[in-house]
Structures are given as C-alpha cells and as structure tokens.
Design a protein around this ligand. Structure first.
Ligand code: KDG
Ligand code: MG
Length: 403
C-alpha cells in the first residue's frame, strides 16, 4: 500500500493548525497534527520541503521503519520542528493502518486498559474568588479533576488567565508577541491562598491541579510545593524550566507535592533522567510534539517501569487530530494518569469532525476505524493562516523572564 500524496493543510478556524494528510494508492488516507504553536510555518516548510518528497512511493504499512528513516535519516536529531513533522507522519500512518484493518486505533495499541479517559478542565479567574466560581462551574459540567489558575494582584494578564473563566488561549494574533509582566514573590504568596480557599469550598477528594509554567527557580518551586502540601494537589506542573534537570532533585528533596513536566519535551531523551531517577510523577509529553504514537509508547513504557504516569498535554493548540490520537494512547497505556482537555472552538470542531466525546468528566475515543477524526478541506480553506505568537514575559524591572 504505497503513499501517493502528502498534503500539508494550514488553517485557522479560531487558531492556527497544521495538518498532514497522507493518501495511499488504494484511496485510504490518514491525518497527523503538526501544529507547533507560534512557529507553525517552520514545520510546514520542514514537511513540504524535506519530508513529503521522501514519503511518496513508500509503503504506508511500515510505520516503525518510516519513523527511523525520518529520525536517523535526517542526521540532525530531535528538536521541536523535526519531531513535530515526524509525529504528523507517524500518526497519519497509524490512522491509515487502523482504517485499513477496520479497527479503532487503540485496538492496535494493545486494546483498552480502562473504560474511559479521566480528563481535567481549566478553571481560571482574574482573582481568587473568580477562580473559585470557575471551579464550581467546571464541577457542574461534570469534570472530576480541575486545574486552577488565578490572576495575581498588580500583574495584569499572566499565563493561564485572562480570556474568560472557562477558556484560555495563549497565542495571540499580531506581528509581535504580547509582553506580560511577572513578579515571583507576589505569585508565591497568592497560590497557597488560592488552594486554601479551594479546599475550604470543595471536597478534600476533588483532584486539583496547578501549572507554574516554568517561571520558578528550583528553590522557589520547592517553597511552593511545600506550601501547597496541606491542600494535596494532584500535581504541580512545570515548577521550573526543565533544561536544568538537577533542579528537580532539589525540588524533590523538599516537597511531597506530585510533580508533572514534559509539555515542551520532544523525545524520550528529555525525559529519561527525570523518569529513571523518579524525580517526577507525571510525564506530559504530547503526541504531536514527541514523535507521535510510536515514540510516545516508548516514553510511556520507560515511565511505567519507574512508576511515573502519563498526563498528556491537551491545550487548544493540540488539534482535534492530536486529541484523538492522545485518547487512543491514553485508553491503551497501562500507566495512564490523566489527560488535559481544553474544549476547541465551534469553528475548529466544524473543520475537524470527530468521534471522540466527553461525558461526566471522562472522554472516549469512539469506535470508528482509525483515529475517528476527519478534516473538511473546503471549510478549512475558508480560515487562512493568521500570524500569532505566544506571549513573552518580563519581570517588573524589565528583565526577560520565562513565560
Ligand atoms: O503552546 C503552549 C501552550 O499549549 C501551553 O502554554 C499550555 O501550559 C500549557 C498547558 O498546560 O496547557
Ligand atoms: Mg502547562
């Protein structure tokens, strides 16, 4: 079953998405998400100029071999652009294989390890009281686990808050990134107050999560983790930038708050030390950024051996194609922990009709053959690419800070 076409579709139904469509000689096609938020066109070029020509005429059934052909064959290894492109090819090939065999993808990954996929929603507010109200709203929608982010007095819009309490979209249209303001001390004082208030309002049993979004040094993160211990979070995410992995050892020495990391990772080598030394509890790599289903399974297997669970990144910049792939992965891997879920806009859902569904705090990939997601190319063409960037962050004195 030879690949005869490799089409890169760029559209912006509410936000930018890059989708790879691989077509085989017998007409079966597969989709892969290749969206790299704020750097979309770099992946488009990599796919169009360097990957698509290599795929024409290749056997679509050889998924593992194609993965290594693109990874080893490039000589230049890893990196978000390359790995996003490889992910898209990989997922499209898994979609083709499952469709050809007439089974939902999770059946090819060992079958279901559970009945449903636990997800968490994003509650946020400009201040603590607004965030408490947003958590209540998410509970009413049936969510069984909720991430809580609050604005910090004096800082204006910061990561995780600012576009209405039920939704948050980080990328903003424009030719330059928006600049946000940061002050670590104000943040470190506010977050424990937020969770103290949330535990007062809601059950001790409600899994609550928080994302520090790479903005702390290891010792600041250790202070935050320790101050949150009475409120027993499900996880504290990205407590410190993960380039310096020794920092996680320091955090671990000081707190029992569970740690999640990995949304910016793109290979098992980024995770290896953190997993093997049991410095984290949840690995958050995404199918679209970490080499597709093929590579994500290797990461999950390593994690399983070290009692680390998965917690895939699932913000709105993961397209419905990635979301579907994540749900098949989540349903099948033994050491699944939780899946992030941010609802896409109605425009996005209309461009990407899909069979996955949410009900009462859980998600289901559905039983359609393959991924169970399609792309309406005619409609996609009505939403052309719009330049957009993730924000940048500056401390109060103007110094650049991690966002
Ligand atoms: O593209 C970057 C966003 O997806 C990221 O900032 C969202 O941190 C995020 C999260 O946990 O969803
Ligand atoms: Mg995050």
């Amino acid at each position: 079953m030879k690949i005869v076409d490799a089409k890169v579709i760029v559209c912006s139904p509410g936000r930018n998405f890059v989708t790879l469509k691989l077509v085989t000689e017998d007409g079966v096609y597969g989709l892969g998400d290749a969206t790299l938020n704020g750097r979309e066109l770099a992946v488009v070029s990599y796919l169009k100029d360097h990957v698509a020509p290599l795929l024409i005429g290749r056997d679509a059934a050889r998924i593992e071999d194609t993965w290594h052909y693109l990874y080893k064959g490039a000589y230049w290894r890893r990196g978000p652009v390359t790995m996003c492109a490889i992910s898209a090819v990989d997922v499209a090939l898994w979609d083709i294989k499952a469709k050809s065999l007439g089974v939902p993808l999770y059946q090819l990954l060992g079958g279901a390890s559970r009945d449903a996929v636990l997800v968490y929603g994003h509650a946020n507010g400009a201040n603590i009281e607004e965030t408490v109200a947003a958590v209540a709203d998410y509970q009413k929608l049936g969510y069984k686990a909720i991430r809580a982010q609050s604005g910090v007095p004096g800082l204006g819009k910061i990561y995780g808050v600012g576009r209405g309490k039920m939704q948050y979209e980080a990328a903003q249209e424009g030719s330059l990134p928006v600049e946000e303001t940061w002050n670590t001390e104000s943040y470190l004082n506010l977050v424990p107050q937020l969770f103290a208030r949330l535990r007062k309002e809601f059950s001790e049993e409600l899994p609550l999560l928080h994302d520090a979004h790479h903005r702390l040094t290891p010792i600041e993160a250790a202070r935050l983790g320790r101050s949150l211990e009475p409120y027993h979070l499900f996880w504290l995410e990205d407590p410190t930038p993960a380039e310096l992995q020794d920092g996680f050892r320091l955090i671990r020495q000081h707190t029992t708050t569970p740690i999640a990391v990995g949304e910016v990772f793109n290979s098992v080598y980024d995770c290896e030390r953190l997993i093997k030394e049991q410095l984290i509890d949840y690995i958050r790599t995404a199918v679209v950024h970490a080499g597709g289903i093929t590579h994500m399974r290797k990461i999950a297997s390593l994690a399983e051996m070290h009692q680390v669970r998965t917690g895939c990144h699932g913000a709105t910049d993961m397209s419905p194609v990635c979301m579907a792939a994540a749900l098949h992965f989540d349903l099948s891997v033994h050491n699944f922990g939780i899946q992030e879920y941010m609802v896409h806009s109605a425009e996005t859902d209309s461009v990407f009709p899909h069979k996955y569904s949410f009900s009462n705090g859980f998600m289901y990939p559905g039983d359609a053959p393959g991924l169970g997601v399609d792309i309406n190319e005619e409609l996609a063409a009505k939403f052309p690419y719009k330049q957009a960037y993730l924000p940048v962050n500056r401390a109060l004195d103007g110094t650049m800070h991690s966002w």
